[in-house]
Design a protein around this ligand. Structure first.
Ligand SMILES: NC(=O)c1ccc[n+]([C@@H]2O[C@H](COP(=O)([O-])OP(=O)(O)OC[C@H]3O[C@@H](n4cnc5c(N)ncnc54)[C@H](OP(=O)(O)O)[C@@H]3O)[C@@H](O)[C@H]2O)c1
Length: 378
């Protein structure tokens, strides 16, 4: 790696954004922050601005911090000539247009936001291929697959995505009826933003990751499997044509895949990253997820396979359903029902343009809100 890498961090005040800053602090001679984008947490954004002094800032909060910087949109930041690598760590739909802008501008894209690939994978991948933009996966599972594929000449025969199973791994559908937002937000392995934590509890997150893996590694859906692995040590497995398999193992800490994406193809020595004590690991368990407990996984796989605008509708309907659940307006068990009903009402477009996707997304949100107003939270 030559020269200092100029980073724009979108979603800098969130879980991935803050951990990105920790990686930057660990390697001040390797990375510099030239752009920061955040939502409403203006206090933290102001602190980050004071520390990193970025020239470009995007703030959606009502009172953007004062300072000498150029206010820009996230799309302008993601495609700015002074930016080498864009970290996309805004959740949901908010990641789509900046990811596309970065792809069109030929940037390195450290992609944490999975919803953009779910909604518009074919468009983002073809734009990245056209411009030479590199998509560097930040999601731990996709980083694991990427690391396993390094040096391999043949495509993988099979990918096995691991999932912790979240807080309700061993619950029955009946037990899920009464779970609260507080319980759903208590993830056993990872400390993440609210949306992705609820998605992890329903396994919608794993369904999104299957779609993400399909686009990132060009692997058919039939060759991607999901297994529950409660220890969260094996971050994913790749099986090759000869039956040999590789896995990536590490302590569950998002700073590792973030750092790998930023420093690729180099590995950097970071003493702050925890090491596994192999002598303490007596067991690694793997089991298929129970489809009755996790209907969202089935919905995501069906939407991914059906393609077109269905994954965009899945993602948008889920974003609304999670929002309603966190606002205590629907039950946890109503999340898959609501998403499924929106998908049933949808007339998919098979080869969607970006406009078709944006339209499908808006339709799905409106439909989800409408349908939810008829739901009763018993
Ligand atoms: N956290 C993880 O361990 C993890 C792992 C893998 C993948 N991911 C993916 O990474 C993405 C971010 O996850 P996270 O856990 O970091 O989320 P998070 O903690 O909720 O942080 C989200 C960040 O995005 C900002 N933001 C939200 N909506 C925005 C908008 N409309 N415009 C501009 N900024 C906006 C927030 O700003 P404010 O806080 O200032 O409002 C915050 O900085 C998600 O797509 C998730 O699936 C996360």
């Amino acid at each position: 790696m030559t020269g200092i890498i100029r980073l724009a961090v979108l979603g800098s005040t969130g879980s991935i954004g803050r951990q990105t800053m920790e990686v930057v602090r660990a390697f001040p001679s390797r990375f510099t922050v030239v752009g920061l984008a955040a939502g409403g947490n203006t206090d933290l954004l102001a602190e980050q601005m004071a520390e990193f002094k970025p020239g470009l800032v995007c703030c959606r909060g009502e009172k953007p911090p004062a300072g000498s910087y150029q206010p820009v949109t996230m799309e302008e930041m993601a495609s700015h000539p002074e930016v080498d690598t864009v970290v996309i760590a805004t959740p949901g739909r908010a990641g789509l247009m900046p990811t596309l802008a970065a792809a069109r501008a030929g940037k390195n894209i450290a992609l944490a936001n999975k919803e953009s690939l779910v909604a518009a994978g074919h468009i983002i991948i073809s734009e990245a291929q056209r411009t030479g933009a590199r998509i560097l996966p930040v999601d731990s599972e996709h980083s694991a697959i990427w690391q396993c594929l390094e040096g391999e000449k043949k495509p993988p025969a099979r990918i096995i995505l691991t999932a912790s199973g979240g807080p309700f791994r061993s619950y029955t559908p009946a037990q899920l009826e009464g779970v609260t937002a507080e319980q759903a937000l208590r993830h056993p392995s990872w400390l993440m933003g609210e949306k992705v934590t609820v998605d992890s509890a329903t396994l919608m997150n794993k369904g999104f990751e299957v779609i993400e893996a399909h686009w990132l590694f060009d692997v058919p859906y039939d060759d991607i499997e999901v297994l529950i692995h409660p220890q969260s040590i094996v971050h994913s497995i790749v099986e090759f044509v000869d039956g040999s398999a590789k896995a990536q193992l590490s302590y569950p800490d998002m700073r590792l895949p973030i750092q790998y994406a930023l420093s690729y193809p180099e590995r950097l020595p970071n003493p702050e990253l925890p090491r596994l004590d192999w002598s303490l690991i007596s067991q690694l368990d793997f089991a298929p997820p129970d489809p009755a407990t996790f209907p969202c996984l089935r919905l995501a796989l069906e939407a991914g396979r059906s393609g077109g605008t269905s994954p965009a509708v899945l993602s948008a309907a889920d974003e609304v359903a999670v929002e309603l659940f966190l606002a205590n307006r629907i039950k946890f068990s109503q999340i898959p029902n609501l998403v499924e009903r929106v998908l049933e009402h949808h007339q998919p477009t098979s080869k969607p343009t970006l406009d078709d996707i944006i339209e499908a997304d808006a339709w799905a949100r409106e439909t989800a809100f409408k349908l939810s107003s008829g739901e009763k939270k018993a």
